[in-house]
Design a protein around this ligand. Structure first.
Ligand SMILES: CC(C)(COP(=O)(O)OP(=O)(O)OC[C@H]1O[C@@H](n2cnc3c(N)ncnc32)[C@H](O)[C@@H]1OP(=O)(O)O)[C@@H](O)C(=O)NCCC(=O)NCCS
Length: 471
């Protein structure tokens, strides 16, 4: 039944894709899995030669085609709007939001296997989709869940390394330190030292990536329990999937919280290649650094308040609103508080985006989750009110390109509702999820033999001279 629903939805998608050129490219090789093979590695091995040929053809036939002009504004403006990266796993449309291998978030919610009927997608299914471009069957997802559980052993020295930090260290510092400690087991590093042929690089990268993804919830939950629960660690439940287990190891067994974690890990995984964490991971990996080194670097970018730390900032900010104005704050008071934040030289966390120009669909699906599971939560009501109040104020500033809420505007109140109230920890959850997108692309970086990243930089003097000559 679910399979038939998937096939008909995919055929609708394909016919829409024929009418929309952008979409046509992204769903070019999207298919429902027809193979009964449940081994992700062998599926990937089959796909790689075809994609290598595709890249070779693109380079030889269209290598000199221009993609646009680079302006001084772009160089000074953080490379906004400058197309400069190949990122296969997802594509971000400023108006429509993210598509994972051509599928929007609502489409992923419909098509990817879930833990229960009409449940949220399993992140393992998304990993399969990102890696293969194909919607997996439930059997394939179950096999991948099992494989991840089998890889989920963390060496003792990792815990000792984390324990060497003060318990007051930021959770992201402890998490990134744990990832660096995991690196000593890198298969890629060992294979490179033994002189592996470059055509085989993707294989140990795949091994490292899957092990890293499998181990992250254990390291992340260790950090959580160490800081907030007196170090009482909860072991993995071998009957649970990836997202469910993560919630369980953190200490949350409410079935709705398990569903939230599946949704959370799915939607935070990938947001094309130019955002700070994805780009950092990709850049560092381009030096042939292994997945552990590359992902640890990505995490350090995610820990910045303009990027992943914004989810922490949002909940702290919302709590400061409640502290100052109460839970049933009037619209007028809320407006005053927003202005007070702006006038003190701060940003309103959870609003705005470097690429998006509409409400983030990751916000929308979390809002739908809240409407279904916690419609009467007072902080959810406050978040809903902010959705009305903040955008007109940001528009009034006259400089904000996107006044609408982003993914971080919502996640905190959902987690808070189920008892995960420690906002400083939130970015770690984002980090666990982001590994799925970064590692999936990294495996393709190696399979496609993408080169060292090395853009040209210039000085202000160089730009001034160039502009004088161009005038
Ligand atoms: C996400 C973000 C960093 C994007 O930055 P950007 O691409 O430079 O955004 P813009 O081009 O719209 O910025 C133009 C101006 O508007 C300001 N602006 C953007 N979003 C704003 C917000 N939410 N609150 C206040 N000011 C904001 C910028 O700080 C910038 O001001 P400046 O010219 O004085 O430096 C920015 O919107 C922001 O700081 N948002 C809040 C933090 C957040 O939610 N981050 C998570 C992102 S997923």
């Amino acid at each position: 039944m679910v399979f038939h629903k998937s096939v008909s939805l995919l055929s609708k998608l394909r016919s829409r894709a024929v009418q929309q050129p952008g979409l046509r490219n992204s769903v070019r090789w999207l298919q429902v899995q027809t193979s009964s093979d449940v081994d992700l590695h062998s599926q990937l091995k089959e796909l790689i030669p075809e994609q290598q040929e595709r890249l070779k053809k693109l380079k030889s036939e269209h290598g000199k085609v221009q993609l646009g002009n680079i302006t001084v504004d772009m160089v000074l403006g953080g490379m906004r709007g400058m197309t400069g990266l190949l990122w296969e796993t997802s594509l971000l449309d400023p108006e429509e939001g993210i598509r994972f291998r051509g599928l929007s978030i609502p489409e992923c919610q419909k098509l990817l296997p879930a833990a229960k009927p009409d449940g949220e997608p399993l992140p393992e299914g998304l990993l399969w989709l990102l890696l293969t471009g194909k919607v997996p069957t439930k059997e394939q997802v179950d096999a991948l869940s099992k494989e991840l559980r089998n890889r989920a052993t963390v060496p003792d020295h990792v815990y000792k390394t984390i324990d060497a930090l003060p318990v007051t260290a930021h959770p992201m510092t402890q998490f990134a330190t744990g990832v660096m400690a995991l690196q000593v087991q890198s298969e890629f590093q060992k294979a490179y030292e033994k002189g592996i042929h470059k055509s085989k690089y993707w294989e140990p990268t795949y091994e490292d990536s899957l092990s890293l993804i499998a181990q992250l919830p254990i390291v992340a939950s260790y950090v959580y329990r160490r800081i907030y629960k007196n170090g009482q660690v909860i072991p993995m439940d071998h009957s649970l999937d990836y997202g469910g287990n993560f919630a369980h190891m953190l200490g949350f067994d409410n079935p709705s919280m398990l569903e939230l974690m599946r949704l959370y890990v799915t939607i935070h995984s990938d947001h094309e290649g130019g955002n700070v964490s994805a780009h950092t991971g990709h850049l560092v990996a381009s030096a042939l650094s292994d997945p552990y080194l590359s992902f640890a670097a990505a995490l350090n970018g995610l820990a910045g308040p303009l990027h992943g730390l914004a989810n922490q900032e949002v909940l702290l900010w919302i709590k400061s609103v409640v502290e100052e104005c109460g839970e049933n704050v009037s619209e007028e008071h809320l407006k005053d508080y927003v202005w007070k934040t702006l006038n003190s030289g701060k940003v309103v966390p959870g609003f705005g985006h470097g690429v998006l120009r509409k409400t983030d669909p990751r916000y929308t699906c979390q809002r739908e989750f809240a409407l279904k599971h916690l419609p009467d939560d007072p902080l959810f009501k406050l978040v809903s009110n902010l959705y009305q109040v903040v955008p007109p104020i940001l528009l009034e500033l006259g400089k904000v390109k996107n006044p609408w809420p982003n993914v971080d505007a919502h996640s905190g109140v959902l987690l808070n509702h189920y008892g995960l109230t420690e906002a400083r920890y939130y970015t770690v959850l984002f980090g666990v999820s982001r590994a799925i997108g970064i590692c999936a692309q990294l495996i393709w970086d190696r399979a496609l033999g993408l080169p060292l990243e090395r853009p040209k930089s210039v000085t202000m003097e160089w730009l001034e001279n160039y502009c004088k000559k161009a005038a």
